[in-house]
Design a protein around this ligand. Sequence first.
Ligand code: DP6
Length: 352
Amino acid sequence: METEFVLRTSHKNLEHITATWQAPSNIALVKYWGKHGVQLPANPSISFTLNNCKTITKVTAKKAAALDFEILLDGVAKSSFAPKIKSYFNRIKEYSPWINNYHFTIETTNTFPHSSGIASSASSMAALSSCLMDMEGQLTGQKMAMKKASFLARLGSGSACRSLEGKLVVWGNHDDTPGSSDLYGIDVSGDLHPVFQDYQDTILLVDKGEKTVSSTVGHELMNEHAFAKARFHQAHSNLTKIKNCLKEGDVEGFIKITESEALTLHAMMMTSHPYFILMKPNTLSIIDEIWKYRKETSVPVCFTLDAGANVHMLYPADHKESVDDLIKSKLARYCQNEQYICDQLGSGATTV
Ligand code: DP6
């Protein structure tokens, strides 16, 4: 229940509070696509937490007559972020009412290139929520509550609730996942077979531009979607199946579900009204090359896609050298300025 997250304990009245946290991005294997109510997912999802692609955020709060904030990206005021942060604060204030009495200065920076086409909403909302929960802990004298940080992050951006912990997180009610909830992500890394522990994610930057259709609009289009019911049902069953693959070390099964989920996500976009395509010709060329390479070499590398044209290549660390060769010899040419980012699984948000 949402009410469990309302702060009820008495707390100190500090003039200044500050906290600095970093939080990583995550890549979904079973995709979240469709939502209802206040940021509740239409289906459960599961993701790998990343390590290198992250947001580092410092929040300084000063006692004030009313809630107010300013936001800086790389030291420069960023008014375009204000509406999203404003609606986030509006959603979270009933759970952490102390924020009504502070002016917040939010200083944020990303480790990945600024306009790389990599969504920073997951890492940034997770980092900001961690800072606020750290501050709440300073006020109440209680330990920082990760579960509430995930709950708050979800209110900023759904997938952000999967960026607090790692290496493997489930978000959304799922019968086969004890403790799972629509309200926050839970760490299920205990069920990760050694073969997946050191998994790599190399992100091929096919298109670094702004997305033509935002995730928010895409989610909305699932409301009247002809295939929605079947899709949501499929996500439940894919989650059961992929969790089993991740536990048993079944890489082949993992590849089948992961790639099918990526293509299903894009199939939903192509069959919504209005319909749209976020893949680019180079996205398809890369997928084709990955399939060819896997067939020829049996190296278990597969792909997944977010709501964009970039391709995430997932593979075990002991194949790093061969996949690197493949990228340099065949795939980099499909990337904008031949750019790609090497990442791997990580363990979530940490204080700085
Ligand atoms: C395709 O979390 O960005 O990456 O809740 O509206 O902020 P909002 O959407 P967002 O959607 C992410 C969608 C996805 C799939 C996923 O990460 O599960």
